[in-house]
Design a protein. Structure first.
Length: 381
């Protein structure tokens, strides 16, 4: 007797470049197609990562994204207004989603906290509701009221998935709240895909100096300002090196102004994000993560898979991903401390060689099969 497939519906805002989108694509790609029928519902058909959605995944959207908008300023404004109205209609009348997708999902997943409210108001009353939480609650929302709302929503889920133990623990430590149906599932890494993409093209940084690379959005919690400060501290000490930072965001202009003020334009380079950053990561000497807040930073795992020594701030699940003094160094969120960590990479060559040797086996701690088995278990109706 043929068993019917479990119908799974993922919900996400858009497919703009980000770690969450990358993780979701990896998960959808590795869900067994003979057991699950996977659909993705986007609020906006928007983002550079749309082409990376697996071909077997059905995709629906509530509204068009910026790529479909006109270049005419007046028409653009009208399209934006129309989109806002359309999204508001779906918000007020979620039953319209039934007409859009025309099937009854067995399992629904809000893959970020921004979709929790919509999931809990879902017209599919019989579906299993899963909330996937990728953030430190202290930085997950602008106000305390909104943070408490997220905690309340997590408690309402049939299952709440945390991407690191730290992201789960911090809710209890700070807000004294338990999430009884919560569990930790680490983000998966496609080891061979990362290594293959790292060989896609050659990179030339055009320097004989050591190169640190950093990847991430240019927003306050990513700590890029202390990276600029740490770089300046080291340059002032005569420890010359280059930093390549790939990212975009609200802090870009401020960072560029700070770089200009410090006269370090030749050694601190900001580049727009790229779909495939792995050749740059592979070519660099070191990876640096300056974040104030993280959940489970994918790029740490990616750097370790490519055997790169890592200097990282003690943010989120970093200590669950690497060992201080073994795979690199973990420092407190502070420009001086970050500079001290980077300085050791620049001055202690024997220690760096030991780290590189250790990192030849660092990827073994990321057990994909175990992670996918956990995900499949959660997705069962």
């Amino acid at each position: 007797m043929k068993t019917s497939k479990t119908k799974v519906l993922f919900r996400l805002r858009s497919m703009e470049t980000g770690g969450v989108q990358k993780v979701l694509c990896d998960i959808m790609k590795n869900i067994p197609a003979d057991r699950f029928e996977v659909t993705l519902l986007l609020n906006l058909r928007q983002g550079e990562m749309l082409p990376l959605i697996p071909k077997n995944v059905k995709v629906f959207h509530l509204a068009e994204g910026k790529e479909q908008f006109s270049n005419n300023p007046l028409m653009h404004k009208l399209q934006l207004a129309s989109r806002r109205v359309r999204l508001e209609i779906y918000h007020r009348f979620p039953q319209l989603i039934q007409k859009l997708i025309q099937f009854q999902p067995d399992v629904e997943i809000a893959f970020t906290s921004s979709e929790f409210e919509a999931l809990l108001k879902s017209p599919f009353k019989k579906s299993k509701k899963i909330g996937w939480f990728h953030a430190d609650i202290r930085d997950a929302a602008a106000t305390e009221a909104d943070k408490l709302t997220i905690i309340r929503q997590l408690k309402q889920m049939d299952t709440a998935v945390f991407v690191s133990q730290q992201t789960r623990n911090i809710i209890k430590e700070v807000y004294h709240e338990e999430i009884p149906k919560g569990l930790v599932i680490y983000n998966p890494f496609e080891h061979e895909v990362i290594k293959e993409k790292a060989r896609e093209f050659e990179v030339d940084f055009k320097t004989d100096l050591p190169v640190f690379i950093s990847l991430g959005r240019l927003i306050p919690r990513k700590g890029n300002k202390i990276l600029v400060e740490a770089h300046k501290i080291l340059i002032n000490k005569g420890l010359h090196h280059k930093i390549w930072l790939f990212g975009n965001g609200q802090d870009k202009e401020e960072l560029l102004n700070l770089i200009k003020e410090y006269s370090i334009e030749d050694s601190f380079i900001i580049k727009d994000p790229v779909i495939n950053p792995y050749p740059y990561l592979n070519k660099a000497d070191f990876y640096v993560l300056p974040s104030k807040s993280e959940a489970y930073p994918l790029v740490i795992g990616e750097a370790l898979i490519l055997e790169k020594p890592v200097v990282a701030t003690n943010a989120g699940g970093v200590k669950e991903m690497m060992d201080d003094g073994i795979n690199g160094t973990i420092v407190e969120y502070d420009a001086t401390k970050l500079a001290e960590g980077m300085e050791r990479f620049l001055t202690d060559k024997e220690w760096v060689e030991t780290i590189k040797l250790n990192n030849k086996t660092a990827s073994q701690r990321f057990n994909n099969q175990k992670i996918y088995n956990q995900i499949i278990e959660v997705l069962k109706k």
